[in-house]
Design a protein around this ligand. Sequence first.
Ligand SMILES: Cc1cc2nc3c(=O)[nH]c(=O)nc-3n(C[C@H](O)[C@H](O)[C@H](O)COP(=O)(O)OP(=O)(O)OC[C@H]3O[C@@H](n4cnc5c(N)ncnc54)[C@H](O)[C@@H]3O)c2cc1C
Length: 427
Amino acid sequence: MSRVVVVGGGLAGTLAALRLLQAGHRVQLRESAAGLGGMIAPLGLADTLVDAGAEAYAVRGGVGRALCDELGLEVAGPAGAAHIWRPSGAYRMADGVVGIPATLADPALDALSRAGRATVAQEPGLGADVGVDASTVGALVRARLGEEALATLVEPVTRGVYATPADQLPLAGVAPGLLSALRERGSLLAAVAATRAAGPTVEQPVGGMFRLVAELERRVRGAGGDVRCGASVETLTRDASGAVLTTADGESLRADRVVVATPAAAATRLLAQVGADVEAPAVRRARFAVLAVDGSELAAEPVGSGVLVAERTPELRAQAMTHYSAKWPWARVGGREVLRLSYPADLEPTAEQAIADASLLSGVTISPRQVAAFASVEWTAMPARIDPAARDRLLAAARQAGVDLVGAWVDGNGIAPVILGVDRVLR
Ligand SMILES: Cc1cc2nc3c(=O)[nH]c(=O)nc-3n(C[C@H](O)[C@H](O)[C@H](O)COP(=O)(O)OP(=O)(O)OC[C@H]3O[C@@H](n4cnc5c(N)ncnc54)[C@H](O)[C@@H]3O)c2cc1C
């Protein structure tokens, strides 16, 4: 039975600990924060627990669902339609792929002018060769659905979801198979209908994403894992009998194997101490405000599951708003509605700003007296995309130093890639 120390108790570290225990190892998991979960975190808001970080996993590929099934967690997709917001009002986002509708009956088309709708209506008759040479979402949609549909329905989604203008967003990355379906079916709308996911594209465990980590923790402890929070691992050295790690509060740990599952900065600091000098890739910050609102017309879900902001006004500071309790109905406790607004990284939203933005984006006037709770949440180490060649060099250097690296900064920022990354190392 080998002794393994796992450093970092986010999803990657906690799942790694469980897999190692299942394989018969003795596991010590050390986490610097007060609780496990990292970027999957519950936020207590009045009487409700909501997700302060990740709220859903991508259904594509099936790894998030498979893990929830294994853990006996009931899962569900989001309720309510997503909307796009402009100063003139909110309208539904098309139910298709990257904002491209699948049928002419999609209510999103009501946002177009008569001429814009007429252009879209002609699409099925264009012939299969129009737009098939496109390499970006923008080029394809412009060629087949026209400039207005591109600007109104698709551009807000590419910018809001992928942070990329439609003309720079490669089709291969976000809609693989769409062009070949267009060639086969002769229509983009039909191609979207054929390639879009049959069910929801994201899901969460009923109750909140944080339930996943809570259940993992229960299983790790139940399997005899030694878990300690508030224990930041500061040093990693090697001697003849293996690895030696120390925590900030003076604990010394010995291990035959070390799995580092921290964000990049801590991981590269530890790696440097065992001779692997690698540069920490860039991270970004993200800001949110969360409001719990009593007795308002929000109960009628005026903007469905929330809005992406397509056009700004000088007073509006939020970039998007999720009507969290409409999207995930179990978060509606005692008729209290929960809204989550995202902000530029350099802006710390006040309650007043969040209330004003939420009123504007929902079309419902919210008075400060109705606000039962407000929280401002900041995430400081969101991983950026890592270049595959740099990643391979990094993993090789870590392996050379006797360290297994897992986690979002090496495997990709998202629940599914993190789960796959743990499998890569430990299966
Ligand atoms: C606001 C937000 C929204 C997101 N939304 C989604 C989403 O909807 N869908 C999706 O798939 N993904 C989403 N993500 C991304 C997803 O949450 C992450 O990719 C994933 O949870 C990362 O897990 P991890 O274990 O690799 O890293 P982390 O969660 O960062 O865990 C690393 C852990 O290491 C600990 N640590 C750091 N240094 C030390 C040390 N020296 N010693 C011990 N412990 C240490 C940290 O405290 C932390 O708990 C979101 C992330 C955020 C922040």
